[in-house]
Write a protein that binds this ligand. Structure first.
Ligand code: SF4
Length: 424
């Protein structure tokens, strides 16, 4: 079946839509992985296709296909900083064996890691956020550069992947190519044997699907090969494959799910609510209610885990003045927008106690309050009110030029009316 040559332009995308992704998927035999990849490279997205590889147990198969079709295709490896050393060795082994000449490691932002995962244990408390800062965020600028990318996903791997086609059109008008969609576990193993591919050093030890070391475990005989990933957690994907026409994903949309607004953007929130089941000795990335902290002060001060403090209306932060350095975040609750006590608490922290870490507003946080809150020292906001979220995303916040009470040293009274102050 002859198909027109397509490029990654809006017109080409329209054409692709018109031809129908179904027609494209109908062009190839299920097992024609080379045919799928060759057509993608030469006709669908010439020069505009890249691959993200985990260099895991099965990665050699897809990379071998790439080496046959176009060894100069850009290959990106998410170097999360959490890989087994065996995986890092395997990257070098495969590069050399297959003659791949365009392999790049992508690293998480050091600022994000320092800010959200200073102890390196975020995978334990919040794996979604860990994957977000170590995989999704670093990948975003890369995916923006290409019209599509090649993946090694296969139908047999999980129930969620059971309907995976060769070609997907994503909701942000990119194409994902899955040459191995129909390969079974046995097909993959046979391919490795047939082509003499070097094995990942951990495969023989029972690791069937290999990702970051803390989130990968050995798989028992007969288990789903991906059962060893995030074992015991209700997590199957790292977030970079969700949402495609309702099934698989645009990594660019991930941030929009977050409710923590900080430094001008919605970002992953490493913190969780304190629960009665939490223990002072093991608590990490929890906003500890002030009375709970006071009752267990010694135990909390004895640990190194990142902690936050939760302040409710009526709580007295003076009681923890000496311990403020223990907290990387203070969350101040606004049970109702009309309750102004949180403003005074923030000013006490910032102006009197020189607290310089995160001061976040939680609860009833609305658009009109945010500029006022910022004046009082809040630098982070948990926003669930949808119109406020939209205003923040669209950078629409009301200007507050006039006010009645000056704050800090940057505001001075002007004019002849002493009760009217202006921001400078
Ligand atoms: S797989 Fe685990 S360690 Fe790796 S980024 Fe995700 S949560 Fe973090």
């Amino acid at each position: 079946m002859a198909m027109p040559k397509l490029a990654h332009t809006p017109a080409a995308q329209d054409k692709l839509r018109a031809l129908g992704i179904l027609a494209l998927n109908g062009m190839f035999d299920e097992m024609d992985a080379v045919g799928v990849l060759r057509y993608a490279v030469s006709d669908v997205l010439p020069g505009d296709l890249a691959i993200v590889s985990s260099f895991g147990a099965d990665s050699g198969v897809l990379l071998h296909l790439v080496a046959q079709v176009d060894p100069s295709m850009p290959v990106y490896f998410l170097e999360t900083g959490k890989h087994f050393t065996e995986t890092l060795d395997y990257v070098e082994t495969l590069k050399k064996h297959l003659g791949l000449i365009n392999v790049h490691a992508i690293h998480p932002s050091p600022e994000d890691v320092k800010r959200f995962d200073p102890a390196g244990t975020l995978w334990e408390t919040d794996p979604d956020s860990c994957c977000h800062i170590r995989k999704t965020e670093p990948l975003e600028p890369i995916t923006e550069q290409y019209g599509g990318w090649v993946t090694g996903r296969k139908r047999f791997q999980t129930k969620e992947r059971g309907v995976l086609p060769h070609f997907e059109l994503t909701s942000d008008d990119r194409i994902k190519v899955n040459p191995l969609a129909y390969f079974t576990d046995a097909d993959v193993n046979q391919y490795k044997i047939d082509h003499g591919l070097p094995e990942h050093p951990l495969f023989a030890k029972g690791y069937k699907s290999i990702g970051c070391a803390p989130c990968t475990s050995v798989v028992a005989e007969g288990e789903d090969p991906r059962a060893g990933r995030w074992r015991g957690l209700n997590k199957k994907e790292c977030g970079i494959h969700f949402d495609f026409n309702g099934a698989i994903a645009s990594p660019m949309t991930a941030a929009t799910k977050h409710t923590l607004w900080k430094d001008g953007a919605f970002i992953a929130d490493p913190f969780h609510e304190w629960t009665e089941a939490d223990e002072p000795a093991t608590a990490s990335y929890k906003h500890v209610p002030l009375p709970v902290f006071l009752a267990n002060r010694d135990a909390f001060l004895a640990t190194q885990h990142p902690l936050g403090l939760l302040v409710l209306p009526g709580d007295n932060v003076e009681q923890v003045e000496a311990d403020l350095g223990r907290f990387v975040s203070v969350a101040i609750k606004f049970p109702a927008f009309s309750d102004g006590r949180g403003y005074s608490t923030a000013r006490l922290l910032v102006e009197r106690y020189n607290y310089a870490n995160e001061v976040r507003a939680i609860g009833d946080v609305l658009q009109d309050q945010i500029p006022l809150m910022r004046r009082c020292g809040f630098n982070a906001f948990v926003v669930t009110h949808e119109p406020t979220r939209e205003a923040l995303i669209e950078n629409r916040l009301p200007e507050v030029a006039l006010f009645y009470q000056p704050v800090g040293v940057t505001e001075i009274p002007v004019g002849t009316r002493p009760f009217l102050r202006r921001v400078h």
